[in-house]
Design a protein around this ligand. Structure first.
Ligand SMILES: [Zn+2]
Length: 70
C-alpha cells in the first residue's frame, strides 16, 4: 500500500528511528514497525492519524501483539 509506505517513512524519522517502548535506535526500517496506539478497528481516521502512530522495534511489537491476543 503506497500511502501506508509513505506514512511509515514520515513516522520513523519523526520518532528518530527509536522504539517508543525500549528506546532502541534502529536504523534499518525493515526492523521497525509503525504501530497504532489505539486500535483502529477499521476506522480510517484513526488509521491515518499520525498522532495515533508510534515507532516500535519488531521484538517489542511482536511481544505487544502477543499480549493483546491472549
Ligand atoms: Zn523496542
Amino acid at each position: 500500500m503506497a500511502r501506508w509506505a509513505a506514512l511509515r517513512l514520515r513516522i520513523f524519522p519523526r520518532d528518530n528511528y527509536t522504539c517508543r517502548r525500549c528506546d532502541r535506535v534502529e536504523g534499518d526500517t525493515s526492523l521497525l514497525v509503525c504501530d497504532h496506539v489505539d486500535l483502529h478497528r477499521g476506522n480510517e481516521q484513526l488509521f491515518w492519524h499520525e498522532g495515533n502512530l508510534q515507532t516500535l522495534c519488531k521484538p517489542c511489537h511482536d511481544k505487544h501483539k502477543q499480549r493483546e491476543e491472549q
